[in-house]
Design a protein around this ligand. Structure first.
Ligand code: 0PR
Length: 397
């Protein structure tokens, strides 16, 4: 147990670091290949080094750290280019939660009208819980539409959720639960028809889909050529291999971003368009380092590798008689189990970290670069062992 009183004596940096080193042993290491619940991974070494070099910089102060702010805007431009949102404006933020919050804040402001009634937003049931948090903070009612058999928002049901109070529709390009990709074009069309703001949450899919397309996979479009899209979330700290905290929000037009712009207290300091004031320049440097060292070929290799592993996992699961919730579009696999909580607990006792979808009551397995193919096969062996154990003790798994 670490001390919780304020230190009354000083220790050397070596001692402080030794204490941290000792703690490392109590955490799960991505490198062991047993983390199957996380969309995040160990950042590339170059990202960690870049973060270290810019650790003192603050994106909230453009006068002191113009280079960090330039790095931020370069990265925003690169990400906009990647998802074909050229000309969009945006910021690096703390993650998907802040990005979704900013987007829905802008939507609420844009949708303000003298109409009576509490403002509402509508999204599919697969929407990330960060949207629930944003709705709670912004005083928005969240209406949820059914999903189709593949975990995508049912567009007819989404339209049925729209009423005169609706200020935004949220489409997800890669749900955290199943990696499902909504028909964003259809959601944008609803937005246009009803005059409603459309936000795309590509926190998880943003760094997968553009490269997977390059490998021949097909997904719905969510580029700016789709009329009606207003903002998008894409997180470098997920499949972008950057450090935590690195999220990104883009707005289709500066006038939308203006809705969440605040004058600084100080003359000569930029207007803030993020929730946080003091923001890590280290994150901008780290993401810059990752995007430039990997480039499109590096990311395509990575995504090809993750997809090949996913296919291996799916085939191993199929051979052992497991049923999938649906065939995965990205790197998240849902597996039907009679008692997924028990399965999860038993797997965890053996050092495997998967997760359980609360809504689907299914085991959720995330494939990432830190889990090599042989580990995935071992994992399926462990899963079989656990299932057989449950049946042997009279369970119905
Ligand atoms: N939108 C989507 C589609 C997401 O998948 C997530 C996070 C967010 C928004 C929110 O992003 P931040 O967490 O960056 O604010 N998805 C992961 C999830 O809930 C977050 C995560 C990552 C959880 C690693 C655990 C973990 O080990 O599954």
């Amino acid at each position: 147990m670490l001390p919780r009183e304020f230190p009354q004596r000083s220790v050397s940096p070596t001692e402080a670091l030794a204490a941290l080193h000792a703690l490392g042993g109590r955490q799960v290491r991505y490198e062991d290949g047993r983390v199957l619940n996380s969309i995040c991974t160990r950042p590339l070494p170059v990202a960690i080094e870049a973060f270290r070099r810019f650790a003192h910089t603050n994106l909230g102060d453009n006068r002191l750290f113009p280079a960090a702010v330039e790095l931020e805007q370069a990265v925003v431009g690169m990400i906009a280019d990647l998802v074909e949102w050229q000309g969009a404006v945006g910021n690096l933020v703390s993650g998907g939660t802040e990005a979704n919050l900013l987007a829905l804040w802008a939507a609420r402001e844009q949708g303000r009208s003298p109409r009576a009634g509490r403002p509402e937003i509508a999204a599919g049931l697969g929407v990330h819980f960060s949207v629930e948090k944003a709705a709670a903070l912004l005083g928005l009612e969240l209406r949820r539409a059914r999903l189709d058999g593949r975990g995508r928002t049912d567009i007819e049901d989404l339209e049925a959720c729209i009423n005169e109070n609706t200020v935004a529709l949220v489409a997800t390009a890669g749900t955290s639960e199943l990696g499902a990709v909504d028909d964003v074009e259809a959601v944008a069309e609803l937005g246009r028809r009803h005059g409603i703001y459309v936000h795309v949450d590509a926190a998880t899919g943003g760094f997968l889909i553009p490269f997977a397309r390059g490998l021949g996979h097909r997904y719905p479009r969510f580029d700016l050529g789709v009329p009606g899209l207003c903002s998008i979330t894409i997180d470098p700290h997920k499949y972008g291999l950057s450090v935590i905290p690195s999220g990104c929000v883009l707005f289709a037009h500066p006038r939308i971003q203006e809705l969440v712009a605040w004058d600084s207290h100080y003359k000569g300091t930029q207007r803030h368009t993020t929730l946080l004031g003091t923001r890590p320049g280290g994150a901008a440097a780290a993401t810059f380092a990752v995007l430039t060292t990997l480039g499109r070929p590096g990311f395509e290799r990575l995504v090809a590798e993750c997809f090949a592993r996913r296919d291996l996992l799916v085939s191993e699961l199929g051979q052992r008689g497991f049923t999938l919730v649906t065939s995965p579009e990205l790197t998240i696999v849902g597996v039907r189990c009679a008692d997924p909580d028990d399965v999860l607990r038993r797997l965890e006792e053996q050092g495997w970290f998967a997760s359980v979808s609360r809504r689907l009551q299914a085991l959720r397995i995330v494939v990432h670069r830190h889990t090599p193919p042989e580990r995935l096969v071992e994992f399926v062996d462990a899963l079989c062992g656990v299932q057989q154990g449950l049946v042997a003790v009279g369970g119905t798994a």
